[in-house]
Design a protein around this ligand. Structure first.
Ligand SMILES: [Fe+2]
Length: 409
């Protein structure tokens, strides 16, 4: 009884370690208790087929040259019979088995290793519910001083019966723990893979985004070639617009968008007759009407892309005026998209600062004076959004910094 209690205590104190390590310890204990020279513990595995996997193999007389064979549960092996029937088997000599028995001894391990099996004790490992989860096969009971192996005794099975379920419960616990750890590992691996793919997609998106921005910069530059306005004008208009949008309190997405859309405001000039664009003298009414159409042409070019909806609005509406005296549609006040009202102010500030064949470039103070107080061409109250004008008055120095930083050499 002491031997049984001691064994149970031993099993209970084993913590969650690997199943094979646990079964190695159990097999040593079982062999010691039954005086067996060798043994194997098989665990029942089930996928599409069911088989017995040798998880622990020990042999005091032979160095183990291989990790054993998986055994088909439906085969004739002793362990298969024990697993299927749930019965104990005691064999005095495996080489003298009767032919009418429901199992047979497979001599291939002996033949390969040169070992000689004789007496065998095999029994199933079961859970508390009586479900078989493995098989223990002990080989060659050998007493000290006795030369050849002797048979196991049925009395030894009492010990086995007493401790069997304890082992079964521990196997279930460790096996479940191992499976969970394996699943966790697989999940971590999947997560790492997902993270890697996410990173690649982000990089690709960034590359696409960069390519998109380069394309519209090139489009804006191509449009400039038809116009008298060249140099950094479009880059500066981007930056003034960005500052105004930020100061107006618009969300980051709006500010980022206007920063690349603003430069496309005059893209429609590509469709205007270049003789009109380059004419130094005043345009006649027909020529003026054709020139004014650059807003509509720009809109038609840009509206084709979902990403350029704001740019299309800007192109169409950047010559509209707050009081409805602008073109091409004479929109009034808030009918004019905010993006276009912003770019209008940015565009005019930059035009005032720039030198043209017919005019000098104004200083920042002069330009601000015209925008805030007006002149013979500009009527701030009638032309601009008064809120934007107030913002410009507040942050006008930033406009001057942009002009200086991006001035044409
Ligand atoms: Fe324009």
């Amino acid at each position: 009884m002491n031997k049984i209690l001691e064994f149970i205590e031993y099993v209970e104190q084993i913590k969650e370690e690997s199943l094979s390590l646990f079964l190695d310890k159990i097999l040593i204990k079982l062999r010691k208790a039954t005086e067996s020279e060798a043994g194997t513990i098989y665990i029942l595995r089930k996928k599409r087929k069911t088989w017995l996997e040798p998880v622990s193999i020990q042999n005091d007389k032979m160095p183990l040259s291989h990790s054993g064979f998986n055994i088909d549960i439906n085969g004739p092996a002793i362990a298969s019979y024990v697993a299927v029937s749930g019965k104990y088997v005691l064999i005095d000599d495996v080489y003298t088995l009767q032919n009418d028995l429901p199992y047979r001894f497979n001599p291939s391990y002996d033949q390969e290793s040169g070992y000689k099996s004789k007496s065998v004790m095999a029994f199933p490992l079961s859970t508390f519910e009586g479900k078989t989860i493995g098989v223990v096969q002990l080989i060659n009971r050998r007493l000290k001083g006795v030369k050849s192996p002797i048979p196991f005794e049925s009395g030894q099975l009492k010990f086995i019966s007493a401790v069997n379920h304890i082992i079964g419960r521990a196997i279930e616990r460790i096996d479940a723990h191992e499976k969970m750890a394996l699943k966790k590992k697989e999940l971590e691996k999947k997560n790492r893979l997902l993270e890697k793919q996410r990173k690649i997609i982000t990089e690709q998106q960034q590359e696409t985004e960069q390519a998109f921005k380069i394309s519209i910069e090139l489009l804006a530059k191509a449009a400039e070639l038809h116009d008298e306005v060249t140099g950094n004008h479009i880059v500066r208009v981007n930056e003034y617009s960005y500052v105004l949008a930020q100061e107006y309190g618009m969300p980051k997405e709006f500010c980022d968008e206007i920063r690349y859309c603003a430069q496309l405001h005059d893209v429609g000039k590509m469709s205007v007759n270049s003789a009109i664009l380059k004419k130094q003298q005043q345009l006649n009414p027909e020529e003026r009407a054709e020139m004014n159409l650059h807003t509509y042409y720009g809109y038609k070019i840009l509206i084709q892309s979902d990403r350029l909806k704001m740019a299309a609005d800007i192109a169409y509406c950047h010559h509209e005026k707050w009081d409805g005296t602008g073109y091409p549609r004479h929109l009034k006040g808030n009918e004019i998209p905010l993006s276009a009202r912003i770019v209008q102010l940015a565009d005019i500030y930059d035009a005032l600062r720039s030198e043209r064949p017919y005019k000098k470039g104004y200083t920042h103070t002069e330009a601000m004076d015209i925008l805030l107080k007006g002149d013979d061409r500009i009527d701030p109250k009638g032309h601009f959004d008064s809120d934007l004008l107030k913002i410009l008055e507040r942050c006008h120095e930033k406009f001057n910094y942009i002009w200086i930083a991006l001035t044409d050499k």
